[in-house]
Design a protein around this ligand. Structure first.
Ligand code: GLU
Length: 282
């Protein structure tokens, strides 16, 4: 019939480097409700690939926050337990000649970058084709030009924005293995979504452009292709994405203050946001 009978599997994938706030609650509710309406599964995955920034005590808070909001989930393996898988995948890409080592610092890149892409300065390719001693601390970057000529033209579907042509070149030669952490978000999240059987990747529109890279990685690594749903972001009174550092109260604080999480979740579902907060694009 051409229709897939696969069960809808969505996920909420927070990084434990700060407490969850209303924006996270909204994101988790979107993922949870889509799965529930489809009779599918809603997963919680802890994205703790960055050991130096991850705070394990937050994970217990995340579980309590979701339960408080009434979002039942199935927790899958955290990224810190899957490092070997990421390294194996990177090794496959390296053997295919698609990665190169890079020793540039953030400051050097900011200075040398000639373009700014949707996710910040685009790496100008300084180390590409240079001999870099990879015994020292280096990052491994994806050679987008080579990767694209191997993968050809790709498409992906966003349930809200429609069919998209993958344009990973907008982000340039992204890092897949980081100097200071075992793998980058792009590599780890793409591998995890496949390993966890995620069929619909739901996340905020701030990560829309990352999907161009993820779609390319899926092709290069022979992974299944999910659909995506990039939802709007909760913005503060200045039109900025909610963030703990800008003073958005955490869900844990609200929970401890005795607020009813089920009522809060229903208000967020209905678009009845607290004063000063709106749904939009950062
Ligand atoms: N771990 C990411 C974050 O907390 C989410 C990544 C994703 O949903 O793909 O922003």
């Amino acid at each position: 019939m051409g229709f897939s009978n696969a069960m809808t599997v969505t996920r909420f994938a927070p990084s434990p480097n700060g407490p969850l706030h209303l924006g996270h609650a909204y994101s988790a509710i979107v993922a949870h409700d889509i799965a529930r309406e489809a009779g599918g599964k809603f997963l919680l995955r802890v994205e703790d690939i960055d050991g130096a920034r991850s705070r394990t005590e937050l994970v217990e808070e995340f579980r309590a926050d979701l339960a408080w909001l009434g979002l039942e989930c199935e927790e899958v393996s955290a990224q810190s337990t899957r490092i070997v898988t990421y390294l194996d995948a990177a090794e496959t890409l390296r053997r295919d000649g698609l990665l190169y080592p890079c020793e540039c610092t953030r400051a050097q890149i900011a200075e040398a970058a000639r373009q700014t892409g949707p996710a910040g300065p685009v790496y100008p390719g300084t180390c590409k084709g240079r001999s870099v001693n990879s015994d020292g601390p280096v990052a491994w970057r994806l050679d987008i030009e080579k990767a694209l000529s191997k993968a050809g033209s790709l498409e992906w579907i966003d349930e809200l924005a429609g069919a998209q042509r993958a344009e990973p070149e907008l982000l340039g030669d992204v890092v897949l293995l980081r100097k200071e952490a075992p793998a980058s978000y792009h590599l780890a999240a793409t591998i995890d979504d496949a390993a966890d059987g995620v069929t619909l990747v739901t996340r905020g529109q701030d990560l829309f452009a990352a999907t161009h890279i993820h779609r390319l990685l899926q092709e290069l690594l022979g992974l299944p292709i999910p659909r995506w749903h990039h939802h709007g972001l909760l913005l503060d009174g200045n039109g900025k994405k909610l963030a703990k550092r800008r003073g958005s109260p955490s869900l844990a604080d609200r929970r401890r203050a005795g607020e009813d999480g089920l009522i809060l979740a229903d208000r967020l579902r209905r678009g009845d946001f607290p004063t000063g907060i709106s749904l939009g694009n950062d």
